[in-house]
Design a protein around this ligand. Structure first.
Ligand code: NAD
Length: 474
């Protein structure tokens, strides 16, 4: 059974209730999970509150705290197989991707923020009056973290690591579809020497369940959320009610522009990675491809071939590129887009598997009206639309034509155009001739419906601390 983790120990729900976590490949439950009620969440917040108000964690030096976070990173690496299997069973992600990307990045998140917090400098302000003024970055308190199911361990650590490095305590609510890795991680944190109550995990659903009980608590100091834009509005309202600062990492509809002068081999390779990684269940997915008309036919032909070359199969098979979608509910949602394709749309490859599995094969669509649902809404599956354009201005207008603005990509060998278009795109991140290259110091976040605030390096510090001005008479 997957338990909560409260005050340094495994805990079942007070009610004794559980729910099942389903393996989307076999479509059967592979474990049961504690279903937290309000009292369980309150106990977790109590533990985090005590650990912050009276415990050693916020009072430790950065070196001592950092050493514990580095030990946790070591343990994540040492337990890579267990963590990889947990997320893979919960949401169907190929185990090879977990071992190559998600688990190493989870360890890196702890290492990076431990070192970043320790190395960070503050500012001193020379004043006209000779007063000595400087800024302190003080721990904010108890952080409530609500996570999605698409990169469970990786995204949970991306929130928790900076929160902990800056001396906060945490109550984490993982997504109900992907509970397993969070409890393993919390157990490893205790083993690494993290004091009791510093990292707590409560399982359950969102509305009228653990998620809502946590976000409505009056005893939290920060609310960090990653998930759908519609849920983000509810979380923002919960933060507003108690005047708790909120960070929102939300959905996307990434534009990917390929100019005629691009290196086509590179453009095809990265565009494929951008939409088909994790079966397209990626907030940053390059789901809207815009290709300059001169190379449109050639690009589509090569891109379709690259999509058809991907291996769809069992998540625990090392050769699998694409597993099932994460849940029956999500599969039904993605399949719904196929039932609602606009007139004129051509499906070149892929589609919904008709074998009873929850698989959607890598799908390439041309000819869809840019105002249709498939072109405007976040599909969150391995489905890309491709549309031709003639001029740079037209490409920019098309790319900026949604309410989302998480990220965009462009492929060109023209340096001036690369800078010009990067500046014109309405997005939190722009990748030029590449995809998903991350520097953890750089800002990460979205414009419009894609989020509020930024994470990464000093941006995470801004959110997870209370900056304080100290002014001293000379
Ligand atoms: P979701 O919004 O359905 O759920 C996210 C989390 O919120 C879950 O833990 C859920 O239990 C909880 N929740 C739901 N309703 C709640 C409520 N009323 N109160 C409190 N908690 C509540 O999102 P999802 O389907 O798990 O994740 C997919 C979405 O996340 C996609 O839209 C994707 O683009 C987005 N995402 C964004 C980023 C980013 O960095 N911008 C990263 C990954 C995923």
């Amino acid at each position: 059974m997957i338990t909560n983790w409260i005050d340094g120990a495994a805990a079942t729900a007070d009610s004794g209730e559980t729910f099942e976590t389903i393996d989307p490949w076999t479509q059967v439950a592979h474990d049961t999970v504690a279903l937290s009620g309000r009292s369980d969440v309150e106990r977790a917040v109590d533990a985090a509150r005590r650990a912050f108000d009276d415990g050693p964690w916020p009072r430790m030096g950065f070196a001592e705290r950092g050493a514990i976070l580095h030990r946790l990173a070591d343990l994540i690496e040492a337990n890579a197989d267990e963590l990889a299997a947990a997320d893979s069973k919960d949401m169907g992600k190929p185990i090879s991707a977990m071992l190559a990307k998600d688990v190493p990045r989870a360890a890196q998140n702890f290492r990076f923020f431990a070192d970043h917090a320790r190395m960070a400098a503050s500012e001193v302000y020379p004043t006209d009056t000779g007063h000595h003024a400087y800024a302190r970055f003080e721990s904010a308190g108890v952080v409530a973290a609500i996570a999605p199911w698409n990169f469970p361990l990786m995204l949970e650590t991306w929130k928790i690591a900076p929160a902990l490095a800056w001396g906060n305590t945490v109550v984490l609510k993982p997504a109900e579809d992907t509970p397993c890795s969070a409890t393993i991680m919390a157990r490893l944190a205790t083993k690494a020497g993290m004091p009791d109550g510093v990292l707590n995990v409560v399982h359950g659903h969102g509305p009228d369940s653990a998620g809502e009980f946590l976000t409505s608590s009056t005893r939290i100091d920060r609310l960090t959320f990653t998930g759908e834009s519609t849920t983000g509005r509810i979380i923002a309202a919960a933060g507003a009610e108690n005047l708790v600062p909120v960070s929102l990492e939300l959905g996307g509809k990434g534009a990917n522009i390929v100019f005629a002068d691009a290196d086509l081999d590179e453009a095809v390779k990265w565009s494929n990675t951008a939409i088909f990684t994790n079966a397209g269940q990626v907030c940053l997915a390059g789901s809207r491809l815009f290709v300059q008309r001169e190379i449109f036919d050639e690009f589509v032909e090569r891109f379709v071939a690259s999509a058809e070359a991907l291996t769809v199969g069992a998540p625990d098979d090392a050769s699998t590129n694409i597993g099932p979608l994460a849940s029956k509910e999500h599969f039904t949602k993605v399949a719904g887009f196929f039932a609602d394709l606009p007139d004129g749309a051509t499906v070149h490859c892929g589609g919904v598997a008709d074998d009873g599995s929850w698989v959607v094969k890598p799908t390439v669509i041309t000819g869809a009206d840019p105002d249709s649902r498939i072109c405007r809404e976040e599909v969150f599956g391995p489905v890309v639309t491709i549309q031709p354009f003639d001029t740079e201005e037209e490409a920019i207008a098309l790319a900026n034509g949604t309410q989302y603005g998480l990220n965009a990509m462009l492929f060109t060998e023209n340096l001036r155009r690369a800078h010009r278009v990067s500046a014109a795109l309405r997005a939190g991140t722009v990748w030029v001739n590449c995809f998903f290259v991350r520097d953890l110091r750089a800002p990460f976040g979205g414009v419009g419906w894609s989020g509020v605030g930024r994470e990464g390096g000093n941006f995470s510090r801004e959110f997870f601390t209370e900056p304080k001005a100290v002014v001293m008479h000379p």
